[in-house]
Write a protein that binds this ligand. Structure first.
Ligand code: SF4
Length: 302
């Protein structure tokens, strides 16, 4: 951690004093990323949520991420500083509609992107993240797979696994769906040497422009290991702060307007208040927790 402001210093003091692990998603604002113990994508943070000694986890990300941390570590207190920070895509599918939908495909397994509510995860066979979606679907014996809720990610998986039939749900992430071919082309014209990194929540016409399709964590690894010096970052702009900080000798070009308003709802004052009050906490029905663990643990075991 570099030099912190007084409020950030106070947060670190309180977190250590109260035995709180602070996790922050790559799309969080810089001030929040800077006070986190771990910054990462959904997969990294889900793994870290299970294996750390602290008695409390504070999750700076959107609602489903905090819920997954609670499902994986039910004995811990999980704090979500701003409960109104919700992923709209995660709410494009619900348990009842999914039950009805899957009844039309008897015996076909359901893969849920981690961007789903705990109630939805309780209905599915296995979870995935953008980092492991192809691997998860490939691991299933069935030729047909129902994939919810991100139709863009589902189409990308389909393009990588042509022998499978992926049955899609019509959900999408508005931030990634709004990224256009023209935007990428304009940046590529400005920075002809740059490699184009694209998140698989983007549409297929944008994905086809990529030098590398990757999750946010995958983008960082690629940029670190690549001989290239410049990169166009086809995902939410929050990631660029972390890339510039961790890989200072390379250049990263963000997309204008690729901003998730829900991820930005958590401010540094919210984190301080939540630590002082040790809440708001995430409460999940014990039955939902029980039914969330198998699909999440199946994914983590891969
Ligand atoms: S960037 Fe998209 S998928 Fe991620 S939280 Fe925002 S709306 Fe949801």
């Amino acid at each position: 951690m570099g030099r912190l402001s007084p409020i950030q210093d106070r947060i670190r003091e309180l977190a250590d004093e109260k035995d709180v692990l602070i996790l922050a998603h790559n799309y969080q604002i810089p001030e929040v990323q800077d006070i986190a113990d771990i910054v990462g994508d959904s997969l990294v943070l889900a793994i870290k949520a299970t294996g750390t000694p602290q008695s409390t986890i504070m999750f700076c990300g959107v609602d489903f991420m905090a819920e997954s941390a609670k499902a994986l570590s039910p004995e811990k207190r999980v704090i979500h500083p701003v409960p109104g920070s919700r992923c709209p895509m995660a709410h494009m599918v619900d348990s009842e509609s999914l039950r009805e939908f899957r009844a039309g495909y008897p015996g076909v397994p359901v893969v849920a992107y981690i961007n789903t509510t705990a109630e939805t995860k309780a209905e599915v066979d296995i979870c995935c993240t953008s980092a492991n979606a192809v691997k998860v679907v490939a691991s299933l014996e069935s030729d047909k797979v129902i994939f919810v809720p991100d139709s863009n990610l589902g189409l990308y998986v389909q393009s990588e696994l042509p022998d499978k039939e992926i049955i899609l749900w019509p959900g999408y992430c508005h931030v990634h769906s709004d990224i256009t071919v023209e935007q990428i082309e304009a940046l590529r014209n400005e920075h002809p040497e740059a490699k184009v990194l694209i998140h698989p929540e983007c549409t297929m016409d944008v994905i086809r422009m990529a030098d590398k399709v990757a999750s946010t964590e995958g983008m960082i690894t690629y940029a670190r290991e690549s001989p290239a010096r410049e990169f166009i970052i086809g995902t939410e702009e929050g990631l660029v702060y972390r890339m510039r900080k961790e890989i200072p000798d390379k250049a990263f070009h963000p997309l204008e307007n690729a901003i998730c308003p829900n991820m930005k709802k958590i401010g540094i004052e919210d984190v301080l208040k939540a630590l002082e009050e040790m809440g708001p906490t995430v409460g999940l029905d014990p039955e939902i927790i029980e039914r969330n663990r198998p699909p999440l643990e199946r994914m983590l075991s891969l």
